[in-house]
Design a binder for this molecule. Structure first.
Ligand code: 6PG
Length: 235
């Protein structure tokens, strides 16, 4: 079931994302809990709220949905951003980093693909992703052939984007327990309206189609929602 949840701004996105995360982790007492972090700039306020929250890090594994093929200290690294906004302040049981510094993006993708096979049920419990203004999500960009038989793939440097990438696939995202899409800003409004109205065929729309019967939330601010209102959506 796909739900659109419209909140006021980025801080409200952070508060609601934290509320949803707490509800999930409390339902799974004393089991390993895996949380997959989104890249980009939107999640930073959520990450800071999570770092300050009372959270069972002792049983939490942190995963990444995508990464740029750069070292983990590079300014464009999603890991570096997450370290600054969250990981430097907490001590998870495990952090499974995508190794953007690997000799090749395909080697890094193979490595992470193997790591994900070790997760219970080969899925994450809670996944956060974003949406680019072209409708991409994680590093799955429009007009690319979907790969259905892998959980992680390498992506050559996309047009209008930086670096070659490593990304989880639609197939992996379709399997996960809960997916939350964090979308903020007026620049996303046109594309979000296309996605919500079923007029878009990009990677995020494909993920939502796969997940029409699984818990999935589009958590968006008023600027991105423009003329949309909260409620269940049919993709
Ligand atoms: C990346 C991200 C990407 C991001 C969206 C939204 O590595 O670029 O994973 O998918 O989530 O582009 O980015 P913003 O939150 O910065 O708008």
């Amino acid at each position: 079931m796909i739900n659109l949840k419209v909140v006021s701004d980025k801080n409200a996105i952070a508060a609601e994302a934290l509320n949803m995360a707490h509800q999930l982790v409390e339902k799974q007492s004393d089991e390993l809990f895996s949380i997959m972090l989104a890249g980009g700039s939107t999640p930073a306020s959520f990450h800071r709220a999570l770092a300050a929250a009372d959270w069972p890090w002792w049983r939490t594994t942190v995963l990444f949905g995508d990464e740029r093929c750069v070292p983990p200290t590079h300014k464009d690294s999603n890991y570096a951003s997450a370290h600054e906004s969250l990981l430097k302040d907490v001590s998870p049981a495990a952090v499974l980093r995508m190794t953007g510094e690997a000799p090749s993006s395909s080697a890094a993708a193979d490595h992470y693909n193997n790591l994900l096979q070790g997760l219970p049920g080969k899925k994450a419990n809670l996944v956060f992703v974003g949406m680019g203004d072209d409708g991409h999500t994680v590093s799955l960009f429009p007009d690319r052939a979907e790969v259905k038989d892998r959980d992680v793939i390498a992506v050559p440097q996309p047009p209008h984007a930086s670096h070659s990438r490593i990304t989880v696939t639609e197939a992996f995202l379709a399997r996960c327990d809960q997916v939350v899409v964090l979308i903020s800003g007026a620049g996303k409004a046109d594309r979000l309206e296309e996605v919500v109205k079923g007029n878009n065929h990009g990677p995020l729309s494909q993920v939502l189609r796969y997940r029409k019967n699984k818990p999935t939330v589009l958590l968006v601010d008023a600027a991105a929602a423009r003329n949309l209102t909260s409620g269940e959506i049919e993709i």
